[in-house]
Ligand binder design. Structure first.
Ligand SMILES: [Zn+2]
Ligand SMILES: [Zn+2]
Length: 267
């Protein structure tokens, strides 16, 4: 039974990729940084190496966190004798560990800002491809049962039309599935019940206050659904970790086992 389910999923991936190829002939993809038209995608396997969703010149503009990294949040640290960054050393985080794809520099800012506010939803594919390529091994080690995107408040999602974290989570799950790693996305379990002011403008203490009580388990869901399960939270940006930590806290209150995170940049 299990096997049949997996074949079904692989089939879906096949048709999805065939569909994607057809669409790319009609609407050519453009590089998320310079806007140049990219050649049609031939091979979407991670092992093919190059990221087909960004041009080669712009790929060199991307900066990835380099060792030594904080053991908890994967932010680069200066002193390799330290295990944690300053933020993690001083704060109680409810997540177990996490990884970030990019350093939050100008290139990452543009790609994520366009994804969030300029309807450049295709940017999610480029980011998810790179994350799957670079973090596949880690994902294999932590073995998440489910991917949960950090939710937006319903009103905000209606205004924007989509939740960028949900798009990223969906693309990631899709690309991993093409590598035969099947992790479903659940974007209904965790909900944001309070609209919060933008975390960006707030100091650390205010951020914690601002986010408190912002998330809940949906009343439509069985709260014991992920008891002792491993959850991978997905969000676009990690700054001080307050949002991710608050989500992890709410999930752990329901009995979730380990809660990890993957974000697409770290600032
Ligand atoms: Zn480019
Ligand atoms: Zn850290």
């Amino acid at each position: 039974m299990k096997q049949r389910k997996q074949i079904g999923k692989t089939g879906t991936v096949f048709w999805k990729q065939a569909g994607d190829r057809a669409v790319s002939l009609l609407f050519p993809r453009v590089c998320p940084l310079c806007g140049r038209i990219l050649p049609p995608v031939q091979n979407t396997l991670l092992t093919s190496g190059d990221n087909p969703y960004i041009c080669r010149d712009c790929y060199r503009e991307l900066h990835f966190p380099e060792e030594p990294l904080c053991f908890l949040c994967s932010r680069p640290i200066r002193d390799e004798t330290e295990a944690y960054c300053r933020n993690c050393a001083m704060t109680v985080h409810y997540f177990d560990q996490g990884k970030a794809l990019l350093m939050h520099d100008e290139a990452a800012k543009k790609i994520l800002y366009d994804l969030k506010y300029h309807n450049r939803r295709d940017n999610a594919r480029m980011l998810a491809f790179e994350a799957a390529k670079r973090l596949q091994e880690w994902i294999g080690q932590i073995k998440p049962d489910v991917i949960i995107p950090v939710p937006l408040h319903r009103k905000r999602q209606l205004e924007r039309g989509y939740n960028q974290a949900q798009l990223l989570a969906g693309r990631l799950s899709e690309i991993l599935a093409s590598e035969k790693i099947f992790i479903p996305v659940d974007s209904r379990f965790l909900v944001r019940v309070r609209k919060t002011s933008a975390q960006k403008q707030l100091q650390s203490a205010q951020r914690i206050e601002n986010i408190k009580g912002a998330f809940e388990i949906s009343y439509r869901e069985d709260p014991g659904k992920y008891k002792n399960r491993t959850i991978l939270l997905v969000d676009d940006i990690y700054t001080t970790g307050t949002t991710i930590s608050e989500c992890a806290k709410v999930l752990k209150e329901t009995g979730a086992g380990k809660v990890f995170f993957l974000t697409f940049s770290i600032g």
